[in-house]
Design a protein around this ligand. Sequence first.
Ligand SMILES: C[S@@+](CC[C@H](N)C(=O)[O-])C[C@H]1O[C@@H](n2cnc3c(N)ncnc32)[C@H](O)[C@@H]1O
Length: 146
Amino acid sequence: MIVKEFKEEKFNLVKPLYDYLLENYLFENPDLQILELGVGFYFEMALKLKKNNYNVTVMDFNQKAIDNANYLGLDAFKDDLFNPNHSLYREYDIIYSVRPPRDLQNDIYNIAKLNNCKLVIQPLSNETPLESLKVINYNGKILCKL
Ligand SMILES: C[S@@+](CC[C@H](N)C(=O)[O-])C[C@H]1O[C@@H](n2cnc3c(N)ncnc32)[C@H](O)[C@@H]1O
């Protein structure tokens, strides 16, 4: 198994996204259920949320990423966003995704819409955001939200 441990310097990539979620949703409602889509092997955001006692789960379609997440103590499940099992998403209030492939973003948007979730995507810096999302500049980072 590939094992990635938490690294503070890698967390800096998502610090604005983390601060945004706290400031806009979690300070007021710390018990919200949070789901990261397409976590891959970048666990810094979810580990930081968990360390601070927020309810976070991660997903990916790569079983190795799920095994690695479980090894690090994260709740995780495998699913295919192109053909999602909708029953897996009902319990979440906030969905976020870090650098998801452009061709997945519409499916991410649909899951958030269908389940009435808040959605925040941190896109790759050179990527054109989905037209259906609102683009915000938060502490110097471009984020896209529903
Ligand atoms: C570009 S990587 C980003 C990974 C991580 N969020 C990061 O920032 O390093 C995209 C991730 O989406 C996952 N992915 C691709 N297609 C998927 C699908 N159909 N369903 C679920 N996850 C998928 C990949 O396994 C990969 O982990």
